[in-house]
Write a protein that binds this ligand. Sequence first.
Ligand code: IVH
Length: 678
Amino acid sequence: MSDIQQEIARLSEEINRHNYYYYMLDDPKISDYDFDQLLQKLIDLERQYPEYVRPDSPTQRVGGTVTKQFASAAHIYPMLSLGNTYSEGDLLEFDTRVRGLLNGPVEYVCELKYDGVAISLIYEHGVLVRAVTRGDGTRGDVVTANVKTIGSVPLSLTGDYPDLLEARGEIIMPYDSFNALNADREEIGEQPFANPRNAASGSLKLQNSADVAKRGLSFKLYYALGENLPENNHFARLRKLHEWGFRFPDVMEKVTDLSGVMDFIRVWDEKRKELPYPIDGIVIKVNDFAQQQQVGSTAKSPRWAIAYKFKAERVSTPLLSVDFQVGRTGIITPVANLKPVSLAGTVVKRATLNNRDFIRDMDIREGDCLFVEKGGEIIPKIVGVDVERRQPDAVPVPFVTVCPVCGTPLQQNEGEAGVFCPNELHCAPQIRGKLEHFIARKAMNIDSLGEGKIEVLYAQGLVSNAADLYDLTYDRLFGLEKVMEDENGKTKTLSFKEKTTINILKGLEQSKSVPFERVLYALGIRFVGEVTAKKLARRFKTIDAIANATKEELVEVEDVGERVAESIIQYFNNTENLEMVMRLKAAGLRFEMGEESRAASDRLAGMSIIVSGVFSVPRDEIKLIIEQNGGKNVSSISKNTTYVLAGDKMGLEKRKKAEALGIPIISEEEFMEMLRER
Ligand code: IVH
């Protein structure tokens, strides 16, 4: 083994050890920052010596593999599902059946029923070689690269593991990750996921594993398969898997009778509210393998295990009226105003009716009493109509045919459930929505303007598209006022005083140096999110090239499919959009890739630069710019370091060390300036 290989092995081992402390034992021994440093070192080494990258390298967690189409693979053992029960009576039946088939005492294991997506993990000689979704139970999709980014999935095993092991469990999305993801999606006008399960399932099917790595997924082990595996019962076997590197289930209990099972259910039906991830029930398994065999399985599910599903709390309450809301992309969402009713600890007054098909499929009529449920402790959901309480002459709830705000006839695209107002440039909520998107943090980042101020500017007739923002002057802004009402009916006055006015103008001025890819994203072209905008900008370099690109050229870009390409073409076919882009260009916004990120140069040749902290663009991008301009990214400070490029929140230790060694610390602005110098 060469020195480099040894160093790669040593770093991998150290990182794996810390991953183990963090994910398996919940007991980190170093800070996130120090961990990132170690990982960065390994990434740098592997980049320099790609021939030494190992399939189980911890750098795989960062992702980057792109899968256009997932291959399918047969399961070694079929992936069965579980029978569901909802009552104590059902469980009694299960227990009686099991006991009837066994002579003697039985021990059950009670586990949480994780609400995510089932996954099968195949380890050959201790290395994760394949991750396959459940699919139809016989074959599933191969999602290995994506699954490798999940921290709680061991990439390799330790100890006396068998040559071949299949570990099964659930990929789940904890509530924290789910909420953050949906907030991001709403910000860019994408439909939020309905629940963490859908979000987990959607994430597993993303094409770029680097995007999966950011989704905060987690793996929950619940079963192991293989030939001649050690131990003769389920509980002990999972302990064994823990020795090999898996996390042991957070909650798992052995009980000897049905009353033990019922106690476990009662406790967790309540305590699940405190769990950081969703569960939708409890799974009860016969612990002993010989007894499992005796009880047997049907073709579909084992007879030795059963799922008890928690009941969602449900009430029935009258529908008072329906509001039709217009979203920023024009989609019309019907919302039910309900007679206030108390449900699982909160009072429910409103609930979404989703779309026209939902009202029709449920046959919701005026004055109906609706069943409202709160599962998963999140948002109340309408699950049906209390037909017994229906008035005999009740008529179906009508759906609006014209936009409730601007009166334009509504449209519906083939294959889509949503009805929308096509008047995107002249319908108030859509105009405001576009403006809000334009100024958002990830777009032009004009934080001196916000939703409230945009509303004032729009109401006063000062702005109706992004280009109008750059025509604002001190005189037009100063002294504007609006009385606003908050949710509780309290009024407050928003007024543009001197400081506010100056800050708005300053924010607009600063936005003129926002890089092209973010300007492109800020335009709010349907289906062009942050990542797609970046890829388009890198590929085409200028707005004119994008506007003139053919559909064939557009779909060549990764992540751009027919739907996205058509939307881009439609955007640039519209004269009002073209005119706005021209005015934005004239105002000085950047509609071309900047020199610094476009042209390769040797301006940084011979320099070793450390990038540390948070920047206005992702850190990887800064690193790419360094490389493209001949510089070298290094991860630890030494006397040979040329610069420390410091963003926000740079570690204090690093700053001290740089100062001690006399290494210049430069800001993002200074760095960009260096690249611009002629
Ligand atoms: S055991 C043969 N245990 O629930 C044993 N399943 O239909 C099969 N699930 O698709 C599964 N938590 O994805 C088991 N603790 C747990 C589980 C669990 C969630 C899922 C699993 C399966 C479905 C049951």
